[in-house]
Design a protein around this ligand. Sequence first.
Ligand SMILES: [Zn+2]
Length: 451
Amino acid sequence: MNGTPKGFFQSKRGLRQGDPLSPYLFIVMQEVLSRLIKHAADNGRIHPFFQARGTLLVSHLMYTDDIVIFANGSKRSIKGLMQVLNSYESWSGQVLSKEKSAIFFSKHILMSRKRSILRISGFSEGSFPFKYLGVPIVNGRLKAFDFTDLLGKVKKKIAGWKMKLLSVGGRTVLLRHVLSSMATHLLAVLHVPKIVIRELNKLLSSFFWGHSLWADFFKGKYVRDKHLSLLVPNKGTSVWKSIVNSIPDVLHNSKWLVREGNLSFWYDNWEEGGPLHIHYPVIDHSMIKIKECRIENGWDIPLLERLVGQQKANDVYQFLARRNEGQDVLVWMKENNGSFSTKSAWDCIRIQAPPLNWAHWIWHNHIPKKMSIMMWKASNNCLSVDAKIQMAGIPMVSKCNCCVLGNMEDLNHVLCSGEFARQLWHMAAVQLGVHMSEFRTWQEQIDFWFR
Ligand SMILES: [Zn+2]
């Protein structure tokens, strides 16, 4: 209960508010209503509301117990819709709240038509703007401030989840299914300003990554005001040591674009030739920052000359004179957009085997993952065939399952020379018109096949 175990409680019949089952039942019933509407729209019993050409036809939008249904204003559509709602009510036992529901008319609809629709449906007329998921629905374009409520809702939702109880996987699931479904519902119908999307993404990703408490902690404990490139992995926990060990890789692949110059003159990688301390002796001013070399309306050239000598000072001066205003930007050089990604970082440090020319075939989207993994294991000689087990020192008699007589089961036999494998290769070769000869090993065979 709320993150801590509580005593046993006996369950009885019926559902109470807050029963863990009720959201599921609710979702099941919603699905029924959703399909009823879709079915009626597909059959032409409810005619769609006019939408811009080429956009997806939206018959309804649903979120928790709110639903917005779109239809044109013909009598037939309204009758069709009322039939759907009536069947839903009688099937589910839920009753639509007529007080809380309303019809919103397009401005092109005639007064007489409005009256007859209201009479048939029993609903009352609503007026713009109304709110759906906290976003005002208006006749016209939405502004960023119209979304304040929505962003507030998302914030509240995130705050309500018990961060510490969720694994990374759990967080992904929640994000995908709850938050992003909320957003995509809206994106389908609204023209959402870019800044709102950015803000929403920021919220979602900070929920996913959590606050970078650990980074603050390590910084405070081990780094303090030292420059990262001067850290040595001689103290601290093994986690910290392995972080320090990977710092050179990170620094080597990142670069600063100098703006305000709040960067170490000597140790940050901002100048074309790399960090200056590599090429020039750091005699004094070891902690100096780039911005501290500025004077009013320019750069302190005598200071630059004292630091790196006359010739280099001129280069540095030329370089700094071209910089823009604003905050310094850290660029990850392994990605085109300059943003750090674990994928590209991993590519920098891992030892790569030469790529197989058939790798893209076995990792093809149409092939079940367990097949791909089996082939991947085979190519790394990791399939647990009998021969492999024997090699691991486990004594066993080997007899394959693919031939009448039974042979020693090793990779080549199973995938290439055994009766079953041979027949399969032959069948495929005939079907596809590939001329196959006999191969000694399965690698040769498969290389030939995908050559
Ligand atoms: Zn066999």
